[in-house]
Write a protein that binds this ligand. Sequence first.
Ligand code: ADP
Length: 192
Amino acid sequence: MRLILLGPPGAGKGTQAKRLMDAHGIPQLSTGDMLRAAVKAETEIGLKAKDIMARGDLVPDAVVVGIVEERVEQPDCKSGFILDGFPRTVAQAEALETMLNAHGMGLDAVIQLEVDEGALAARVEQRVAESGGAVRDDDNVEALKKRLAVYREQTAPLVDHYRSTGDLVVIDGMKSIDEVEADINEALSVRT
Ligand code: ADP
């Protein structure tokens, strides 16, 4: 099963991706996690991405497309994967389509987690509080505002894109974590 999780920062993509991973035995591919690992390891990509990420901007399409392409070719992605945080632009979605077609693969669903914008800042603040201070360079009010603006401008158009391809599944992300998980699994059982 190949899935995309779509939604603004704080929508719960990472939380649900982990649950889907456990339930379906397929890996979670989080471009945010991969980029943070690159920053930590001070690789060439990491050095380029560090400041861009800290201010809440998007890392160039070619960079993320490259890391995703490398990742989906790994053996553990053979039976599927959950993309979390990718694609984030229409250009990335197009590159993904080309990539999947080249491997004779298709998408099973694009799960959009719909949340009230007002709840997002509170969720990110809670994440910071629970971890005893900001663990991510971009978990601050200014970067969050930027991430939301970038989401609205560059990523939200993907909702229409995937509605038109017939892949879109809209899930109410304001429910409890367990309820959201149950709704996703129900929607998937109907489709796959
Ligand atoms: P969020 O919690 O905001 O969804 P992520 O962990 O997915 O954050 O991503 C953190 C940062 O990593 C983004 O703000 C961006 O700078 C960079 N990033 C992650 N995925 C992508 C992507 N697909 N394209 C460009 N930049 C990305």
